[in-house]
Ligand binder design. Sequence first.
Ligand code: SF4
Ligand code: SF4
Length: 404
Amino acid sequence: MRTQLHPDIIGTERGQEAEAILRSCVHCGFCLATCPTYQLLGDELDSPRGRIYLIKEMLELDTAGPLTQRHLDRCLTCRACETTCPSGVDYGRLLEIGREYVELKVSRPLLERVLRWLMLLVVPYPGRLGPLLRIAQWLRPLMPSQLAQKIPERERSVRVPTGDFADATRKVVLLEGCVQRVTRGSTNQHARALLNALGVEVIGLADEVCCGGLALHLGHTSEAETFIAHNVDVLHRAIAEGVEAIVSSASGCGVTVKDYGHLLRHDPSRRERAEAVARHTRDLAEYVLALDADVPRVGEGVRVAFQAPCTFQHGQRLGNAVDRLLEQAGYEMVPVPDSHLCCGSAGAYSLLQPEISNALRERKLAALRAGSPDVIATANIGCQLHLEAGSEVPVKHWIELLTE
Ligand code: SF4
Ligand code: SF4
């Protein structure tokens, strides 16, 4: 694609990165077939190619307006288009640059500004999110159904096996995640139990903060960089003390931490450490599979539909890692049509774009139910809560199925 970015933009590092990405797109349109918003809305401007044009125009004219803002907001950041693109266009990076630019240039209606500000102020802080969530759960019966649906159900108390790492020969950090530890804290207990049973000692970090993913999605790069810098300091210290991997049981967090090297490339004091942290980061399924150990055979006779989160299949390209582990455990994996399409959760998206998000959830649940599963498994807390709210079939993190 020919480009001529505005002189004020082309001189910047982000401008040069954007130009290189824009030039790699050949307008072929293959990506339209796998874009959930294009499939749903049928508008070229809600497709990857349309959004690339909008970003190009914005960076050429050094101006942005509500039209560009609306169509970039509607993007799920699912990155299905990246998986499909034959030219290797780094759409996710371009979108990040585009969103940051739009945040600077286009103001939002007051209500939207307040909602976004509240999300940034609450969600990344478990100490704030936890108490507010408890209050919301008490008030849930009094809320209109559309709002009540957005409040995750209280976690039922479950018996989680306790691990024994007396014979541990390996040591990892397990990232707790902000939303996961508050809403489904048992997921990390299950992960610990399995890793311990496989001879891996798990250490938690008292001073872990949000991975920065939410702020990035909302176009607040500098807030994200503050979180990331803190995590790089504590995680790199853990690596220096001998942990072999940083394991994430939420694919939405893992995909961000794996990108820390790039995200802190401008920070000479941390760049190398950020790259080391990214290199050591593994999704839980990726790590367990690489151990090549015997997983407990606990799933005979149970049918499972796996919902592959976008951050798992497109962001981290982890393919069928979970299916393989669950099959080793004896579960019967049922096929899921259109498994490449997003469920509509997409971080803050389900709150900011509820109509599109709910429509995508209905489609995803219909696909997941097609093989009549006993349980739906996923690998990301956002997808789990989003699907749970509309599903009669139980939705669980896959690790629960290996340790129950
Ligand atoms: S598939 Fe890739 S090259 Fe083709 S239009 Fe989409 S982003 Fe551009
Ligand atoms: S990230 Fe997802 S929603 Fe956004 S343009 Fe790509 S395929 Fe479409």
